[in-house]
Design a binder for this molecule. Structure first.
Ligand SMILES: Nc1ncnc2c1ncn2[C@@H]1O[C@H](COP(=O)(O)OP(=O)(O)OP(=O)(O)O)[C@@H](O)[C@H]1O
Length: 627
């Protein structure tokens, strides 16, 4: 934008930015604040900061003597405090200058940590619900200064005038909003009361609410606004109260967790980090939460609720708890809805994580019932934790459940019955081999789920007598009994035919005896082998081209799949004796198809059509035989 040269603005002279307040308010409402309701939080927060500043000034003032009074009667919303107040000069410097904050000023820089605000924009949130902000203030720092009145309007204009001291006899500030017609949802008395309780229930200064009806109402839910002077925060935070017994304390904390989060915690962990003035509770969820549907934590700063969805205060693995904490020295971002990522926050996160670890350690050492209930709900979270945390691994690995050939069991128990613990690298491989491996006396753990294989391999770190090995198809095949020479020779022709029929799938065919006898065939095939074969096939198809060269260069000796026919199975015995080549071929294809389906891996199109074809051929054969 170019301003015309005038006498007041000669060419080359420094000029001052103009601010389009409407544009700024629009920006705040759409991009910074989650809802217009935050106007009340900002007003209450300014009142709290003003009270903090006044206590700094008059340290002798009794804690409960100065407070905050809210009023909403449907036509105005008023927030009045007994805080430090403002002089006329303060009003010009701080209220009327966007982005300027007394809480950042040089002389009190060392105190900045005492205040919630710091950015100098919070008051603008009032324009989300009103066109005009009216402030009447009297300074406690300069007691003989007159009262000052400021009217700021959404179009960017404002007026200031001084009034006789009698207009506001005591120090403090009153902010009055006349809500716009479209803001009724956020400014009706019941809503203001509900919002005040929502944001301010843990504030340490007395806060009252008056709906102007003159009758003392119950300070209950949104439908029942309080009468004159109903307390918004009648009791201190539950962790700051005293209780007759430790049991009464833990019941009260659990009840608070339930009230705040809506679930009965499996256990409630008290949090206390004196270095940052943090207190609160972590509620252990009674059920697992899918990682993608995680809920954040409730974070209060100096009592004021900043965020209900803060995720930053705990590491990702801690998704089995939800916390409500109140901290003195965490820094909110400008939106107040999340926390500033600084060293303090990192230290808080680490210290809280430590607290959760200690809780797990205590449960493992002295409360097996609690541990069992905890692991039943959260073993996945614990597994993710144990992978990176030596201590948790040592404490909990023996207790964690795994899917094994003996069913769902703990590793400790499994290792006691199997000298060598075999582990598969995919769920699919486990499904393929489980029945046969257990019949062959092998102990196999399904290592296909996230973290499981890695964790099983770490078992010898805590149980040195246990040995762990990967189970590959070759290991399993080696455990199946070969057939005698005579049987092998008798089946040679059939096996050759079957190998030929299945060559398109890069599949070898062997004859063995294994239990259970009712399993006709086993298809052993690892995922890596399948990928390797797909790559080789692509390289063959692209022969000569750029991709063919690249894929060819990557090609390794592909491990072949193996169809192992079970000599103990009557169907297989009958099949190897078929002397009709076409039927023998079809039977080999059908056995392959059935074994592929049993492996529960997705079938390739060629395999589906093979199953289809062999089924129809067998049907046709059966019908021909009958007719
Ligand atoms: N109730 C009050 N009592 C005394 N001073 C106040 C009050 N409300 C606002 N002020 C003054 O107005 C300034 C601007 O307030 P505003 O809410 O816009 O920003 P802030 O609180 O400083 O920072 P933030 O944007 O982080 O909230 C404050 O720094 C303070 O000096």
């Amino acid at each position: 934008m170019t301003l015309p040269d005038t006498a007041a603005n000669p060419a080359g002279a420094d000029r001052t930015f103009q601010v389009d307040l409407r544009g700024l308010v629009d920006l705040l409402s759409h991009h910074l604040y989650s809802s217009p309701r935050v106007y009340l939080r900002e007003l209450m927060q300014n009142a709290v900061d003003a009270l903090t500043a006044r206590h700094g000034l008059e340290s002798a003032a009794p804690a409960g003597a100065l407070g905050i009074r809210l009023y909403a009667d449907g036509s105005v919303v008023r927030v009045e405090d007994d805080g430090v107040g403002l002089t006329e000069a303060d009003v010009h410097t701080f209220l009327a200058t966007i982005g300027r904050s007394s809480k950042r000023a040089e002389r009190i820089a060392e105190q900045r940590g005492d205040f919630i605000g710091q950015f100098g924009i919070g008051l603008l949130s009032c324009f989300l619900v009103a066109d005009e902000i009216h402030v009447l203030s009297r300074s406690a720092r300069t007691p003989d200064a007159p009262a000052v009145e400021w009217r700021g309007r959404g179009d960017g204009s404002y007026t200031v005038r001084t009034l006789p001291a009698s207009a506001r006899p005591a120090p403090g500030t009153t902010v009055t909003l006349t809500p716009r017609a479209d803001a009724g949802e956020w400014t009706r008395p019941a809503q203001v009361h509900a919002l005040a309780r929502h944001f301010g229930s843990l504030l340490r200064h007395p806060v009252t609410f008056d709906d102007g009806t003159g009758c003392p109402g119950s300070p209950g839910g949104p439908g029942a606004p309080g009468g004159p002077g109903a307390s918004v925060n009648p009791e201190p935070a539950p962790w700051a109260r005293t209780y007759p017994t430790p049991g009464a304390r833990s019941r009260a904390l659990a009840a608070y967790g339930e009230e705040v989060f809506g679930f009965t915690p499996l256990d409630t962990i008290e949090l206390d980090l004196p270095a940052v003035g943090l207190k609160g509770i972590a509620c252990v969820l009674p059920e697992a939460v899918p990682a993608g549907r995680r809920h954040g934590h409730r974070v209060h700063v100096k009592g004021m609720l900043l965020s209900e969805q803060a995720e930053e205060i705990l590491p990702e693995w801690a998704f089995f708890v939800r916390c409500v904490v109140d901290a003195e020295s965490l820094r909110p971002t400008a939106s107040r809805e999340s926390l500033y990522e600084d060293d303090t926050l990192a230290a808080v996160r680490e210290a809280l994580a430590e607290r959760l670890r200690a809780w797990i350690a205590r449960a493992a050492a002295s409360d097996p019932d609690l541990l069992a209930r905890f692991l039943q709900a959260h073993h996945l979270a614990v597994k993710s934790l144990a992978v990176h945390d030596e201590e948790i691994l040592r404490m909990l690995l023996p207790w964690l459940p795994f899917e094994t050939t003996d069913g769902h069991t703990t590793l400790d128990e499994f290792a006691r019955t199997h000298r060598t613990v075999l582990v598969t690298s995919s769920v699919e491989e486990f499904r393929q081999v489980a029945a046969i491996a257990s019949a062959a006396g092998l102990g196999v753990v399904n290592g296909g789920y996230t973290y499981d294989r890695e964790l099983v391999h770490r078992l010898p770190e805590i149980r040195p007598e246990a040995s762990v090995a990967d189970l590959d198809p070759a290991t399993l095949t080696a455990h199946l009994d070969p057939v005698d020479r005579e049987t092998e020779l008798a089946a040679a022709a059939y096996l050759a035919l079957a190998r030929d029929a299945l060559a398109v799938f890069d599949c070898d065919v062997a004859l063995r005896t294994f239990q259970p006898a009712n399993a006709p065939a086993l298809l052993v095939d690892s995922r890596e082998a399948r990928h390797e074969r797909t790559r080789s096939q692509l390289a063959r198809e692209q022969e000569g081209g750029l991709w063919g060269d690249i894929l060819g260069a990557l090609r390794q000796e592909a491990p072949r799949a193996q169809l192992i026919l079970n000599q103990l199975n009557p169907l297989v015995r009958a099949a190897v004796a078929i002397d009709e080549p076409e039927l023998a071929r079809t039977s080999a294809e059908a056995l392959y198809g059935q074994a592929a389906m049993l492996s529960r891996r997705p079938l390739r199109p060629a395999e589906s059509s093979l199953i289809n074809r062999s089924f129809l051929d067998l049907l046709a054969h059966a019908l021909r035989k009958d007719s």
